[in-house]
Design a binder for this molecule. Structure first.
Ligand code: GLA
Length: 762
C-alpha cells in the first residue's frame, strides 16, 4: 500500500495490490479525478489521462490559450457556477449572495493510519500500518476558507474511504447549503446502478437498472433514519457482472440520517457519483473559526463480482467499524417476547416464557415494548422510562434478577427518541417535540419525535434510561425508533440555525449511544427502526447488530437477508424464528425452514415456546444446539457467499466458508414446490479445490417421513442412498451437490429448505 505524490506531473497515486486511485492538481488549482479501479503499476506521470479538447459552447476556466473546462473534466469535489453544469458536491452561500467559489490546492499531507471522525461514526484502524491517509487542503481566497479532502486507503482491502471538512477562517459568515462527502467520476457510462430499496417489512430488495443519461438516485429525507425505502448504498456494476465475476464499485454512507446518493451521466460519456447528507433541509452557517465535517463514504472495488465486494464490506465493518466487547464474539441466542405477547403481559407470563426458553437452551431473554409508564398500547407511555408496576410489581430490577437466577441474561427494549402526548414527559416538556409553532403536528403511530438536536433533551432521556440500567441486570438493549420526522424545526434554536437541526438530531442520537456505550461497555446493543429502517453503517459503529425487518416470514426473509448481505455482515442481521401462521403475512412455513433462514444472522426466537408441541420443542433444542456449534463460523470467522438470488427465481442459496476453508455451511431454499421438476445442482463456492470434504444433509423434518427419505435427497453411493458423502472441492464447486427435487418437495409443503454441513476430511 502506498500514497505517493508525483511532484512534476502533480499526481497523487493511492494504491495497494488491488486498487488505484489517481488525483491530479489541475492548472486552475482544483483537483481532477484521473482514475479509480483495478491497481495500476505506479509511474511518474499519469497526466496523459486528462482529456481536453475545444468544444462549442465550452466555458474555459483558465486564461487563454488554455482549454481547461470544468464541464468536461472529472473532478474530485466539483462546485457549480464556473462552467460545470452537472450537480455539484457542495455549495457555499456568501454574504454578498454569491455562490461562486474557487478552492485551489495549497498543501497535502500523507499520514499513517486513519483519523477518527468522532462524534461521527467511521471505520478505523487498530495499527497505523493498516492504512494510509491523504489530506489535500484547498483554499478559497475570497471567503478565506479551507476545504480538506481526506482519502484513506487500507493495506489489505480494496477500500478507499472519503470525507471532506470545511474550516472557515474568514470574518464573513458563509452558509454551506450543500456539503456532500464524496464525488467520484468514471470514464464511461456502461454500468448498471444497483441499490437496495423497499419499505416496511420488505426492506433492502436488490434493484438494478441500466444507467441512463441524466440523473438517477436514491435518498432519505426521513430525518430520523436512513430509511426502509432506500439504503445509503449504491453500486455501479458492469452489465455482465454477476455474484461471481465482473467489476463493481460500491459506495456506502456511514451515516444514519438524511442522505442523497446519485449517479449522473453526462452526454459526454462521464458518470459522476455523489454521496452525502441530503441538501434539502440542510444549511450550515459557519462563523470565523468554525468547521464542518462531513460523514464518511466507504468505497469498495471488486473485479470478482458482487460476492467479493460484499465480503470486503463484511470483514471491514465487522472488524474495523463495529467496536466493543461484542465485536469479535458470536451472539447470544435470544428469545424476544414481542410477537409472543405484544403489550399484553405481566411478570408471571414473562417468567413462564423465559422458563421454557431456558429449558431449550436460549441464553438471553429480551423484554420488548410495553414495560414502562402507562404503555398498555401504542397510544401512550413513550418518554416515561420507568417501570409499569402494575405489570411488573418488582420492577425491571426484580424481573431481571429473577431471569438471571434462571440462568438467562436479560435484555430490554427502549425507544428513546420518542414521546406520546399521553406521557408525563410530554406534559412536563411540550416544547421538546420537533415541530413548528402554530402549525399542525403530524403524528405517526400516535407518537412524536423528541428534539435530540437539543442537549438538555438528550441529557434528560439519558438520565432516565441510565437509571433503569444501573438499577437492573441488563446485558442487552434493543434501541428502537419507530417514526420518520415531520415539520423539522427546533424550538430550542434560532431561525438561522434551523438548517442544522436534522443533522444535529442524528448527532444527538450518536451522543446518547456514546454515553451509554461508555458507561455500559458490556451491554450488547441492537438498533431497530420499525424493523429495518435504520440498517446502516453509522448505526453499526454504536450497535453491532440491527433488527433486519419486522417481517419474520422465512420466505420473505430470504429476500431481505439476501439484499442486506450486499453490504452488511451476517452477524449484524437480527433474525428470529417466529410463530406460524406468520404475523405479517399469515403464511405457514416449516419450523425447519424458519430456522434454516434465521441461522444466517444473529439467531433467536420470537414466540411463546409454551405453545409448541413436544416434538417441536425437541426440534428447537436441536436447532439451538446446531447454532451454538456453528455460530462462530457463521457470524465471526466465515466469508459469506450468495449462490442463488431470490430476486431471480424460485430459489435462494447461500453459504459461509471458514477462513481456512476447512468448514462450511450452506442453505438452500425453495419457495414453491415444483411438480415433476428437474434435479437441483447446488454449486458451492469458496472451498479449497483439492481438499476432500464430507457433506452432511440436515435431517430435520416437520412431519414424520420414511427412513429412506430421511437418509438422502439425491446422492447414492452404489445403490445405497446416503445422508453423508465425500467429494472434492472441485466437485462441490463445479459439478455441485445433486438434489432430488421430488424428495425436497416432500420434505415439507412449499417453502422447503435444506442445510448442508461441509467439513474437510482430507
Ligand atoms: C417496532 C419493532 C418491533 C417491536 C415493536 C414494539 O415495530 O420493529 O420489533 O419492537 O416496535 O413496539
Amino acid at each position: 500500500m502506498a500514497i505517493v505524490f508525483h511532484e512534476a506531473s502533480k499526481v497523487f497515486h493511492l494504491y495497494n495490490q488491488d486498487i488505484s486511485y489517481l488525483i491530479r492538481i489541475m492548472e486552475n488549482g482544483q483537483l481532477e479525478n484521473l482514475y479509480y479501479g483495478k491497481a495500476l503499476r505506479d509511474r511518474d506521470d499519469f497526466s496523459y489521462m486528462h482529456e481536453e479538447a475545444m468544444r462549442s459552447q465550452m466555458s474555459i476556466n483558465v486564461p487563454e490559450p488554455g482549454l481547461l473546462s470544468m464541464q468536461y473534466t472529472r473532478q474530485e469535489y466539483p462546485s457549480y457556477g464556473t462552467g460545470d453544469y452537472r450537480s455539484p458536491a457542495f455549495t457555499v452561500l456568501q454574504e454578498n449572495g454569491s455562490r461562486i467559489v474557487n478552492y485551489e490546492y495549497t498543501a497535502y499531507e500523507i499520514l499513517k493510519g486513519k483519523k477518527s471522525l468522532e462524534p461521527l461514526p467511521a471505520t478505523y484502524v487498530e495499527d497505523e500500518e493498516e492504512a494510509a491517509t491523504l489530506e489535500v487542503t484547498l483554499h478559497d481566497q475570497v471567503t478565506d476558507t479551507d476545504l480538506i479532502l481526506s482519502y484513506t486507503i487500507y493495506e489489505h482491502y480494496p477500500v478507499i474511504t472519503r470525507n471532506s471538512r470545511f474550516v472557515h477562517k474568514g470574518s464573513e459568515k458563509i452558509v454551506l447549503e450543500r456539503a456532500l462527502s464524496a464525488s467520484v467520476e468514471f470514464i464511461d457510462t456502461d454500468y448498471e446502478l444497483m441499490h437496495l430499496s423497499g419499505a416496511w417489512s420488505r426492506e433492502r430488495y436488490v434493484k438494478s437498472q441500466k444507467l441512463e443519461t441524466g440523473i438517477q438516485g436514491i435518498q432519505s429525507l426521513n430525518g430520523t433514519c436512513s430509511g426502509a425505502e432506500f439504503n445509503p448504498f449504491l453500486a455501479l456494476k458492469r452489465p455482465h457482472t454477476t455474484e461471481y465475476q465482473g467489476e463493481v464499485y460500491g459506495f456506502n454512507f456511514v451515516y444514519s440520517g438524511n442522505f442523497l446518493a446519485q449517479a449522473e451521466t453526462s452526454t459526454f460519456g462521464m458518470t459522476r457519483i455523489l454521496m452525502g447528507i441530503h441538501p434539502e433541509c440542510f444549511s450550515w452557517e459557519l462563523k470565523q473559526g468554525e468547521t464542518f465535517q462531513t460523514p464518511e463514504v466507504v468505497m469498495v472495488y471488486s473485479d470478482q463480482g458482487l460476492n467479493k465486494m460484499s465480503q470486503v464490506y463484511h470483514r471491514l465493518y465487522r472488524t474495523r467499524l463495529m467496536r466493543g466487547r461484542w465485536r469479535d464474539q458470536a451472539r447470544p441466542i435470544l428469545l424476544n417476547n414481542w410477537e409472543a405477547t405484544y403489550f399484553d403481559f405481566d411478570e408471571e407470563k414473562i417468567l413462564n416464557i423465559a422458563k421454557k426458553a431456558k429449558e431449550v437452551g436460549v441464553e438471553l431473554f429480551v423484554l420488548d415494548d410495553g414495560w414502562f409508564g402507562a404503555r398498555n398500547d401504542d397510544h401512550r407511555g413513550l418518554g416515561d422510562w420507568y417501570v409499569n408496576l402494575d405489570k411488573l410489581p418488582d420492577g425491571i430490577s426484580g424481573l431481571s434478577r429473577k431471569i438471571e437466577e434462571m440462568g438467562l441474561k436479560f435484555g430490554l427494549w427502549v425507544e428513546l427518541e420518542m414521546a406520546n402526548k399521553d406521557s408525563d414527559l410530554y406534559r412536563a416538556h411540550p416544547d421538546w417535540l420537533i415541530s413548528v409553532p402554530d402549525r399542525f403536528e403530524s403524528h405517526a403511530r400516535h407518537q412524536y419525535v423528541l428534539d435530540f438536536s437539543r442537549k438538555e433533551v438528550v441529557d434528560h432521556i439519558h438520565e432516565m434510561v441510565a437509571k433503569v440500567i444501573r438499577e437492573s441486570s441488563i446485558s442487552y438493549i434493543k434501541w428502537d425508533m419507530n417514526r420518520y420526522m415531520t415539520e423539522p424545526y427546533s424550538k430550542g434554536t434560532s431561525a438561522s440555525e434551523q438548517g442544522k437541526v436534522m443533522h444535529k438530531y442524528i448527532l444527538g442520537v450518536y451522543d446518547l449511544y456514546t454515553r451509554l456505550i461508555n458507561e455500559f461497555p458490556d451491554i450488547l446493543f441492537e438498533s431497530c427502526a420499525s424493523g429495518g429502517a435504520r440498517f446502516d453503517a453509522g448505526m453499526l459503529y454504536f450497535a453491532p447488530q440491527t433488527w433486519t425487518s419486522d417481517d419474520t416470514d422465512a420466505n420473505e426473509r430470504t429476500k431481505i437477508q439476501y439484499g442486506t448481505s450486499m453490504v452488511y455482515p451476517i452477524v449484524s442481521m437480527g433474525s428470529h424464528v417466529s410463530a406460524v401462521p406468520n404475523h405479517q403475512l399469515h403464511r405457514e412455513t416449516s419450523l425447519a425452514t424458519r430456522a434454516n433462514v434465521a441461522y444466517f444472522g444473529t439467531f433467536g426466537y420470537e414466540l411463546d415456546l409454551n405453545l409448541l408441541a413436544d416434538k417441536e420443542i425437541e426440534q428447537v433444542k436441536e436447532q439451538i444446539k446446531f447454532m451454538k456449534e456453528y455460530r462462530e463460523l457463521i457470524q465471526i470467522d466465515g466469508d459469506f457467499y450468495r449462490l442463488k438470488s431470490p430476486f431471480e427465481g424460485n430459489e435462494t442459496a447461500w453459504m459461509v466458508v471458514s477462513q481456512d476453508k476447512k468448514n462450511a455451511v450452506a442453505g438452500y431454499y425453495q419457495s414453491l414446490n415444483q411438480v415433476n421438476g428437474t434435479w437441483i445442482r447446488l454449486k458451492l463456492d469458496g472451498l479449497c479445490p483439492d481438499a476432500l470434504y464430507e457433506i452432511t444433509y440436515d435431517t430435520t423434518f416437520d412431519t414424520p417421513v420414511d427412513p429412506e427419505m430421511m437418509a438422502v435427497y439425491g446422492v447414492k453411493i452404489g445403490s445405497d442412498p446416503v445422508k453423508t458423502y465425500q467429494a472434492y472441492g472441485t466437485e462441490l464447486m463445479y459439478a455441485g451437490i445433486p438434489i432430488n427435487r421430488d424428495l425436497l418437495n416432500r420434505k415439507s409443503m412449499d417453502f422447503s429448505s435444506l442445510l448442508f454441513m461441509i467439513t474437510q476430511v482430507g
